[in-house]
Design a protein around this ligand. Sequence first.
Ligand code: NAI
Length: 337
Amino acid sequence: MKNIKVGIVGLGRLGIKHAENLSYRIKGCSLIAACSLNEKELLVAEKELGVQHLYKNYDEMLENREIDAIFIASSSSFHKEQIIKALEADFHVFCEKPLALTLEDCYEVKRVVEKNKDKIVSVGLVRRYDPSYVAAKHKIDKNEIGRAFHVRSQTVDMNETAKFQIEFVKSSGGIFVDANIHDVDLARWYLGSEVKTVFSLGGSYIHKEFDDHQDADNVTTLLEFENKSLATISASRTAFHGHGTRTEILCTKGILEIGFSPIKNHVQINDSHGMRKECLETFFTRFEEAFLIEDESFIENVRNKTAPRVILEDAIRATEITLAMRESHLSKKVIKL
Ligand code: NAI
């Protein structure tokens, strides 16, 4: 089995988790290089993960010809430039979502991908690798529960993450592109159709600072698809109980619910507050298994030259739709795609 050598850029909240997966959780893969603007993160990569080549400059990492594939987990505003540079330097690429922050940039990436057809390019729409979301998709595809006609999906982060989101709003693309991109991708996947119109509303109900950046802490969108099916998609950055991401798929013979009880463990606490269970706190604990499967799949795609589960078109469409949702929220108008 050919050992796939990886270089990663970005070792922040998520990058370090991918780095751990690539270092010691995946067979036939070595994380040999890491790039970050943050020296402390590079030190962790060196001391705790045994990464040999450390860089503060991305271009310098791309000169390392031992590497087979580049893994991009940097801030979203750098994705476009870093994907293009990696492809032009002849590497396979995994890039965290979103592909880019504008539709023009997505198409620029697409043009470079098309010129490098021998390269594997995968984008991190992680819920497509989550066993529960995949099981729901199989039930729909096998017609076990009828036809899906309405997806209700929400991404809900804990209130304490809001400070981070405000600080990084310029590089994240805002709540629609950053958070709802997953729900939009799921809706397209389950409903098997393209979005026709979107209408979004929302506001900064707890953290007024989001208004300064034309963003919000809670939003909801109604989406109509070409095959007349619907999606209602929400995002919140103000949950107090835990990471409350969940999805409901209304089908002609029943309803599929995914992630409605994001419990941390099976301990029930019975005390003066009543009977309760603690909740998962972050996206990473909820999707830890999915991130590992996603990383393993990319390495397999590179080794066997097979197509990734998420194709470029999915990443472009999801970005286009979430940008339209943002536009609708800001203009308070229905946006046609
Ligand atoms: P973060 O801010 O915690 O970390 C960013 C990292 O990128 C840092 O290591 C920083 O030094 C590095 N970096 C930024 N610009 C760079 C440059 N020009 N050259 C080299 N290094 C650079 O960000 P976080 O939360 O880890 O997010 C990273 C990416 O992962 C984002 O694109 C985000 O959308 C995505 N993400 C995806 C999630 C998912 O569910 N799939 C969940 C969380 C994040």
